[in-house]
Design a protein. Structure first.
Length: 290
């Protein structure tokens, strides 16, 4: 089976109360890659003795190996468990480079309780990785079962990186036999004068995707409450079209993509009930303005 990514790094927290659910969900990533680096990072602990430390690490290695074995048995993928000690974001990024992965997958939060779930907060580790990763980052709510991606939602803007994002979406859609729903959001309070330009771009992109023989829909919608509501407008639209993945470009070029940046970008990631894939522009080795 052809897969869009050769190796995916899945970052897990062994203390996550939703680990059983995650174990059932991760196999759905099987159609995205042929090899998995299953990484868990332990932050520095204080131990009474070296023997206590060795026993703790040995137990964590066994726990991680059991999860890796479970995923491998369900998917027949090559799964390599890796346990590291240090700062999670730093170790995830280091492992991504060291193992040459093509995609990072991680949940948006851990240590979930009722109050935390309602806030659905994005952790500092996820935020750091999305900011600095050199490869696409696939983030998802650990409370939601991961489904096979059959429809990709592609929000469009007028930035120079739009072509890269569309090309990436086409490549992914072809590989996993998915359709694409493209949408442009018009902030009626400030950008009513660009609706024609957005509409023209929407039509051009739709035609470009159709030429790739991928099922596609296109729609221009309004965000009547200003730029701050654009992220929520896209999330609501994702439910309307029953999308399975939202793909965004995490690079600020002008005011039209304000909703992809700063707190708004985090809003998209932390509140989405479907996975969000953050794509880094190819001509940049880092992300700015997120």
């Amino acid at each position: 089976m052809s897969v869009p990514y050769q190796t995916v790094l899945i970052s897990i927290d062994l203390e996550d109360k939703n680990m059983a659910r995650l174990d059932r969900s991760y196999p759905n990533l099987a159609y995205l890659a042929s090899k998995v680096i299953l990484l868990s990072v332990l932050e520095n602990y204080t131990f009474g003795s070296e023997k206590e430390r060795e026993s703790f690490i040995d137990n964590k290695n066994k726990q991680l190996a059991a999860i890796a074995s479970s995923i491998q048995n369900k998917t027949e993928l090559e799964v390599q468990p890796v346990l590291k000690i240090g700062k999670p974001a730093k170790e995830i990024l280091k492992a991504a480079d060291g193992y040459g992965v093509d995609l990072i997958a991680m949940s948006t939060h851990t240590h979930v309780d009722e109050k935390y779930t309602k806030k659905n907060a994005i952790g500092s580790t996820t935020n750091h990785v999305v900011r600095e990763s050199r490869v696409p980052v696939f983030t998802f709510n650990s409370n939601v079962h991961l489904n096979k991606i059959e429809k990709i939602l592609l929000p469009l803007d007028l930035t120079v990186e739009t072509k890269q994002k569309v090309t990436h979406a086409i490549q992914l859609a072809k590989s996993i036999h998915a359709s694409i729903a493209i949408v442009s959001v018009l902030d009626s309070l400030n950008f009513a004068d660009i609706d024609v330009e957005l509409d023209q771009q929407l039509a051009q992109v739709k035609e470009f995707i159709e030429e790739a023989n991928i099922p596609v829909t296109a729609e221009l919608i309004e965000s009547k409450s200003g730029a701050k509501s654009v992220a929520h407008t896209i999330l609501n639209y994702s439910e309307k079209v029953e999308a399975d993945l939202i793909m965004i470009m995490t690079q600020k070029e002008n005011k039209l993509v304000e909703f992809f940046m700063g707190s708004s970008a985090q809003t998209m990631i932390r509140l989405s009930e479907i996975p969000v894939m953050s794509i880094i522009p190819k001509d940049l080795g880092f992300i700015i303005g997120v």
